[in-house]
Design a protein around this ligand. Structure first.
Ligand code: NDP
Length: 447
């Protein structure tokens, strides 16, 4: 009925409708490049304008968060929840507290979440939220007051069957606990409205580990598909937060050697490889004591590379697990020059489009985060299941389920991305994620 979509026309309309949102444009373009040819070949999606509908969030909520700091000053931040798409389940996705949070970043994350959550095979829609609040350097009391004020605004928009947020950058177990407590107080309901809760009040085993473990499992599946494995490989990991730490742990358990971690101050290099004992120190210092890597490098017997990223170190595998656009073209060139064979994203969109093109040119296997870091949200969905059933599965059961889900996601990428014996994981993840959501939207009619 309609002319074929072109990527150029589609993107120019999107940019016009969403000015000054570069991260959102970048995330949509990456998907559009894969799915527009598919949509043109399947007119039911084109005629129903599914991609145009899928790139418009269901609802964007923005609110004022007022709180008092320890000196008695009144502080004001902006809170958001982007409810992107609930075609296949309640909105689900993390809350990020960082001064870098704005609508563009949250729309990119919410859009990515649509595909990621679809790939998990579980019934979860997509959302993302957070605030431009900077948790760094704040006292526990300040964090508590901010979280309570944030939830006082957010609670009316979320619920166990409506929207179930989780953690992300700057939002860990402490923040989730303060927010859950406030939700309970405001609504008089003990329900599965947040995931990433502590075990004492409905949290799931393995949730903390799930994103990082899942990323390592995805890399293992990708290497197995191409006749290899992590065992014996030298690995670069960036970040030293939740995702990076548990990705490093699983790499070591699968027989790989982790050479680096990083934080926003720089990289840290373990000449002889990270060990579990050193990782336990890092967990304590980074997660519990919120210290910088520069402060603990000497104790770890490692070299701190001030202001540097890990990508210049020679290694076989790379796992970017810190933040968006942290691995650019120059970094990709360094990886290629050092004969890196595969990259698996733990963070969301850590590799720039130029870096991703360079991986393809150099035959470096590349797993996009929407596939390789989906383990976290998958176990969040399993937390919701356990809460609904009012029971708790064991670590072994959950880790088996996580492994099964990551292998399933890998299988979907192969099914939709294999061509001439090679797998294009971007293509595979985008098409597989798209079909499920698009078919649900078609079934609902014009809405
Ligand atoms: P954390 O807040 O626990 O850790 C983030 C890490 O990234 C910290 O080490 C931080 O360093 C580092 N970092 C942040 N900004 C920069 C920067 N500009 N340059 C270098 N390093 C930086 O977050 P998570 O580990 O939870 O999340 C990391 C990534 O994974 C994000 O992209 C997130 O969206 C994604 N993700 C997380 C999931 C989860 O389950 N937590 C699920 C799926 C994706 P510093 O301490 O100095 O700030």
């Amino acid at each position: 009925m309609y002319d074929d979509l072109t990527i150029e026309n589609f993107m120019s309309g999107l940019v016009k409708r969403n000015p000054n949102e570069p991260e959102f444009h970048q995330a949509v373009k990456e998907v559009a490049e894969s799915v527009i040819p598919f949509i043109n070949a399947n007119p039911k999606y084109k005629d129903a304008h599914i991609l145009e509908r899928m790139t418009e969030p269901d609802k964007v909520i923005s609110f004022r968060v007022v709180w008092e700091d320890d000196e008695g000053n009144v502080r004001i931040n902006r809170g958001y929840r982007v409810q992107f798409n609930n075609s296949i389940g309640p909105y689900k996705g993390g809350l990020r507290f960082s001064p870098t949070v704005n609508l563009s970043v949250l729309k990119f994350l919410g859009f990515e979440q649509t595909f990621k959550n679809s790939l998990t095979t579980l019934p979860i829609g997509a959302g993302k939220g957070g605030s431009d609040f900077n948790p760094k350097g704040k006292s526990d009391s300040e964090i508590m007051r901010f979280c309570q004020s944030f939830m006082t605004q957010l609670y009316q928009h979320i619920g166990a069957n409506t929207d179930v947020p989780a953690g992300d950058i700057g939002v860990g177990a402490r923040e989730i606990s303060y927010m859950f407590g406030q939700y309970k107080r405001l609504t008089h309901q003990f329900e599965s409205v947040l995931t990433g809760k502590a075990l004492e009040f409905g949290g799931s085993l393995i949730r903390t580990e799930a994103t990082g473990y899942g990323n390592a499992y995805f890399m293992e599946a990708m290497l197995k598909q191409h006749g290899g494995s992590i065992s014996g490989k030298k690995c670069l990991v960036s970040g030293s937060g939740n995702v990076a730490i548990f990705c490093a742990e699983k790499i070591m358990r699968l027989g790989g050697t982790v050479l680096t971690l990083s934080d926003s101050g720089g990289g840290i290099y373990f000449e002889n490889g990270l060990t579990q004992d050193l990782l336990e120190i890092i967990k304590d210092r980074k997660i519990n004591k919120r210290q910088r890597l520069s402060e603990i490098a000497v104790e770890l017997g490692a070299q701190f590379l001030e202001g540097q990223k890990p990508w210049g170190v020679a290694a076989d595998l790379a796992f970017p697990c810190a933040t968006q656009n942290e691995l650019d073209e120059a970094d990709a060139k360094s990886l290629a020059a050092n004969n890196c064979i595969a990259v698996s994203e733990g963070a969301n969109m850590p590799c720039t489009p130029e870096a991703v093109h360079l991986f393809a040119e150099n035959n470096i296997l590349y797993a996009p985060g929407k596939a390789s870091n989906a383990g976290g949200v998958a176990v969040s969905a399993l937390e919701m299941s356990q809460n609904s059933m009012r029971l708790a599965w064991s670590s072994e059961e959950l880790e088996n389920k996580l492994l099964g889900i990551m292998n399933d996601i890998h299988g979907q990428c192969v099914k939709h991305g294999e061509r001439d014996g090679k797998v294009d994981y971007v293509q595979g993840a985008n098409i597989a994620g798209f079909i499920k959501v698009a078919d649900a939207m078609l079934a609902y009619g014009i809405a």
